[in-house]
Design a protein around this ligand. Sequence first.
Ligand code: ADP
Length: 296
Amino acid sequence: MLKQMNRPVMMADGQGGAPDENCTHDCSTCGADCASRDGGGIQKAKLNEHSSVKKVIGVVSGKGGVGKSMVTALSALAATRHGFKTGIMDADITGPSIPKMFGVHEKAMGSEFGILPAVTPTEIKLMSINLLTENETDPVVWRGPVIAGVVEQFWTEVMWEDLDVLFIDMPPGTGDVPLTVFQSLPVDGIIVVTSPQDLVSMIVAKAVNMANLMNIPVLGLVENMSYITCPDCGRRIEMFGPSQAEAVAAANGIKLLEKLPIDPVLSQEADMGRIEFNEGTQMESILDVLAGIGLE
Ligand code: ADP
C-alpha cells in the first residue's frame, strides 16, 4: 500500500559486496557496488533492493549559483532524449532546485519497500528533499552529518527501479555531503561546473583534487554562463573577458565538455517548471561521457 512520505526516514547502513574476481580496480569502467570502491574501508551504502542503477555521475561546483542544477537537468534531458533511463538525485538538500525546474510539486509516495521517486513526463525519475518536507518553503536546518545521512537514504531507501544513469546534483563545495556521496555511493565520475569568473581561481583545481583523493574520475568540465549572444546582431559577447576554459581544463588534465551561454529562455523555462520542454541540444556532450564509462 502506498502512503505519502513527508519526512526522511531513519538512515540505513549497508556495505557493498566483495569485488568480483576479475576486478581491475578501475571503478570508472565497472558499475558493480562492491567493497573495492570505498578506497579505504569506508562502508558503501546498499542500493535499495528494488533498484538497479548502472552508472552514477556527480555534478559538482565550487560555489552556488553557477548553474550546477541546470547542467544536471540538461544532462539528464540529453541522456533521456537518447534513450537512456535516467534519474536525478537532488543532493543539494539546503538549496534544492531540481523539482521546481521540472514543475514537480507533489509529495513522494512510499510503501514498505521504499520511497517512490517522482516521474516526469519524459520519465526522468527525481528525488529531492522538497518531495519529503511538508511545505516546499520549509527550510532544512539540520547539521551536516544529518543532511549527509538523508542523501545516503536517497540511495538506500528510494526505489529507483531500473536506471541506466543517475545524476547527483551535489551541494556546492567540499563539505559533509560531497564527502558522504563520494565515500558511500558508487560514483563513476564527476562533472565540474564553473562560471567564467571561477576559472581564474582555484575552484576547479580543488574539485579535481578532492575527486583524485577519493579515487573518482573527473569526466569533464562545463563552463556555464560563458557568453551571451547579442539578440540583434548574433555576436557572442564574453562579458568576463576571453574564456579561459580550455586552458584551465588542460592545466587540470580534464576534458572541456561544453561552454554554455547565458540563455534567457533556459532560465524562464526553469522558473516556470518547464525545463523538460526546452528544445535546445545543450549537454549533448554527455553522450561521449556516458560512452566513456561504458554506456552506449
Ligand atoms: P546552482 O545549482 O549552481 O546553484 P542553478 O542551476 O540553480 O545553480 O542556477 C542558478 C540560476 O541561474 C537559476 O535561476 C538558473 O535558472 C539560472 N541559470 C543557470 N544556468 C543558466 C544559463 N546557462 N542561462 C540562463 N540562466 C541560467
